[in-house]
Design a protein around this ligand. Structure first.
Ligand SMILES: Cc1cc2nc3c(=O)[nH]c(=O)nc-3n(C[C@H](O)[C@H](O)[C@H](O)COP(=O)(O)O)c2cc1C
Length: 153
């Protein structure tokens, strides 16, 4: 039974809606064998990462970088997990105000070090909040869950 870990910071109603959409996408009925743990960054630790067979990270862009909470999470798990999670599938979504590229690049740099494998281009959402963000997040969760469930990643 594959295990999926979702970690995202949610400082606002909009970001909470996006996190819920990712979880909704991943918890479709047909993936009943998939175990999903959805954690706030401060509650996630190396044991959660070592348990997982795939990861979804969500971050806001703050000051042109990933959020402080996601950075703290990655700092705490990096060395304990470095040699143990290589090539595991990974997906990223970024919620920015007007940009988001800095957050995307900063997470990608760390994940390259961990040698996690992107399953798709990161989802970067910026500008006015819209329904498309929600459906894109659902699709991201669905894509990861389907791949893990089918064992194709
Ligand atoms: C301290 C701070 C710094 C921010 N820096 C950036 C930034 O560099 N680039 C950007 O696109 N948005 C930036 N934002 C906007 C957040 O990314 C945005 O508020 C977040 O995605 C939540 O979205 P929402 O306001 O639609 O709920 C910043 C927000 C805060 C609070």
């Amino acid at each position: 039974m594959p295990n999926l870990l979702i970690v995202s910071n949610c400082p606002s109603d909009n970001t909470r809606v996006l996190q819920e959409a990712v979880v909704r996408g991943a918890t479709q009925e047909q993936f009943e064998d998939l175990n999903i743990v959805n954690l706030e960054p401060l509650d996630a630790d190396p044991d959660n990462v070592l348990w997982a067979d795939g990861f979804i990270l969500g971050t806001t862009e703050n000051f042109g970088y990933m959020s402080g909470l996601i950075k703290d999470f990655l700092e705490r798990i990096y060395y304990p997990c470095l040699e143990h999670t290589e090539a595991l599938p990974f997906a990223l979504y970024v919620k920015g105000g007007l940009d988001g590229q800095g957050a995307k690049t900063s997470v990608e740099r760390v994940v390259t070090g961990l040698r996690w494998k992107h399953i798709r281009e990161p989802l970067v959402m910026k500008g006015d909040f819209c329904d498309g963000f929600v459906s894109d997040c659902e699709e991201l969760g669905l894509t990861m869950a389907a791949g893990l469930d089918a064992g194709i990643f």
